[in-house]
Ligand binder design. Structure first.
Ligand SMILES: *Cc1c(COP(=O)(O)O)cnc(C)c1O
Length: 356
C-alpha cells in the first residue's frame, strides 16, 4: 500500500475501490459485470439517480432550479461548452485568470464572444488569488477556477457578483461546504476528487440554458442532456458508478462540513511543517493556500531529488511538482487521511535530520 499524493487521476477511498472491483466481476448479484449491461437497465438508472440524489443532498440544492449532469469530454470540454451555451457572439464574459487551467478556459471561450480578463495573477507566477476587482453587470457571466491544481492556490471567499458565476471546481469539488446559490454552473472532471477519469460532473441552473442564438451541435447542448437525463448517448456508466460510491462514502463520512474540517486539519498539519522545517518553503500567498494541492519547494534545489527518493522509500508517491511549477506538490484530496499526511510530515522531519 502506497500513500498516493498524485494530482490526478488521484486517490480514491479504499472501500470504493474494493466495491468497484467487485462490480466489475458481478454487479448487484446480476451474474453480469457492470461493464456489460445496458445504460437503460433499471440497475444503471438507479446508480445515476442515487448519485444525483446524494449531490442534491450534500450541496443542499433545489431540484426545481438546478440539474445534475454526467457528461464526457473532461473538464476541458466544459471550457468551450460553457461559452458556447451561455455567451452570445456580441456579448462579453468575465474571466479571472489564476493559472493554466483558467488560461485554457479563456482560450476556448474567446472562440465564442468577447472575453474580459477581470484580474490575473500571472505576473506573480500565479502564486496568489486576485482580489478587489469589479465585476461589471453587463457581462453574461463570470468564470472562476476555484482551486488551482498546479500552483496550489484556492479561492477562500467568493466575489460578490451581479452576474451568474460559472466555476471550474475540478480539483476541489465536495472538499468543503459550498454556497451553491452563488453559482449558476459548476463543473468538475471526476478524476481529482470524485471518481475515475471519463466523467465530468456539471451542475447547472436550468434558467440560464437555451438563451444563445448560435447553432450548437446536439451533443454540446446542455438542454439536450438535461432533457435526456445524461443519457442522450451512452454515458460513461462505470465512472459514474464509482463516483456514486465515492458520494455514498462522502455522505457516510458526515458530508461536506465534516470533510471540510478533515481537509483543514490535514492541510494545517502539512503547512505547519513546511513553515517550520528550515529546508522547505511554501511558495504561494498564505491566505490563498489550497487545502487540496499543497505546493512547496526545497530551499536548496540540490535537495530535490534526494527528498523525492526518501519519500518513495517511505511509500509516499506522486510528490513531484507539475512540470510548469517545479518543486513539490502534495495532493491531499478527500480520500487521503490524516495518517497519510503525517507519514509525509515524518519524512520531511527525517530529511531535516539527514540534510539539515
Ligand atoms: C485537471 C483539471 C482540468 C482538466 O480536466 P480534464 O478532465 O482532464 O479535461 C481542468 N481544470 C482543473 C482545475 C483541473 O484540475
Amino acid at each position: 500500500m502506497k500513500y498516493n499524493f498524485f494530482a490526478g487521476p488521484a486517490i480514491l477511498p479504499q472501500s470504493v475501490m474494493k466495491q468497484a472491483a467487485e462490480a466489475v466481476i458481478d454487479f448487484n448479484n446480476m451474474g453480469l459485470s457492470i461493464l456489460e449491461i445496458s445504460h437503460r437497465s433499471k440497475e444503471v438508472i438507479d446508480v445515476f439517480d442515487e448519485a444525483e440524489s446524494i449531490i442534491y443532498e450534500l450541496l443542499n440544492i433545489d431540484r426545481d432550479q438546478y440539474v445534475v449532469l454526467f457528461l464526457s469530454g473532461g473538464a476541458s470540454s466544459q471550457f468551450f461548452m460553457t461559452a458556447m451555451n451561455l455567451l452570445n457572439p456580441n456579448e462579453s464574459a468575465g474571466y479571472v485568470d489564476t493559472g493554466s487551467w483558467s488560461s485554457k478556459a479563456i482560450k476556448e471561450a474567446k472562440l465564442f464572444g468577447n472575453i474580459n480578463i477581470l484580474a490575473s495573477s500571472k505576473e506573480t507566477g500565479y502564486t496568489h488569488i486576485p482580489k478587489n476587482y469589479e465585476i461589471p453587470s453587463n457581462l453574461s457571466y463570470v468564470h472562476l477556477t476555484s482551486n488551482n491544481t498546479i500552483y496550489g492556490t484556492q479561492f477562500q471567499t467568493w466575489p460578490e457578483s451581479p452576474v451568474p458565476i460559472v466555476s471550474d471546481m475540478s480539483s476541489d469539488i465536495f472538499s468543503r461546504r459550498l454556497p451553491m446559490e452563488k453559482f449558476d454552473l459548476i463543473y468538475a472532471g471526476a478524476q481529482k476528487n470524485l471518481g475515475p477519469a471519463g466523467v465530468t460532473l456539471v451542475i447547472i441552473k436550468k434558467e440560464i440554458t437555451g438563451k444563445v442564438n448560435r447553432i450548437i451541435p446536439t451533443m454540446l447542448q446542455y438542454p439536450i442532456h438535461i432533457e435526456h437525463q445524461s443519457m442522450y448517448n451512452t454515458p460513461p456508466v462505470f465512472p459514474v458508478f464509482v463516483s456514486m460510491l465515492t458520494l455514498r462514502w462522502l455522505k457516510k463520512m458526515g458530508g461536506l462540513g465534516a470533510m471540510e474540517k478533515r481537509n483543514q486539519e490535514k492541510a494545517a498539519l502539512l503547512y505547519r511543517e513546511i513553515d517550520r522545517n528550515p529546508l522547505f518553503k511554501g511558495n504561494v500567498a498564505v491566505d490563498d493556500r489550497s487545502l487540496m494541492n499543497v505546493c512547496f519547494v526545497a530551499l536548496n534545489e540540490a535537495h530535490e531529488k534526494s527528498f523525492l527518493t526518501l519519500c518513495e522509500s517511505a511509500g509516499c508517491v506522486g510528490l513531484k511538482g507539475h512540470r510548469s511549477a517545479g518543486g513539490f506538490r502534495a495532493s491531499i484530496y478527500n480520500a487521503m487521511d490524516k495518517e497519510g499526511v503525517q507519514v509525509l510530515v515524518d519524512v520531511m522531519q527525517d530529511f531535516e535530520k539527514k540534510y539539515g
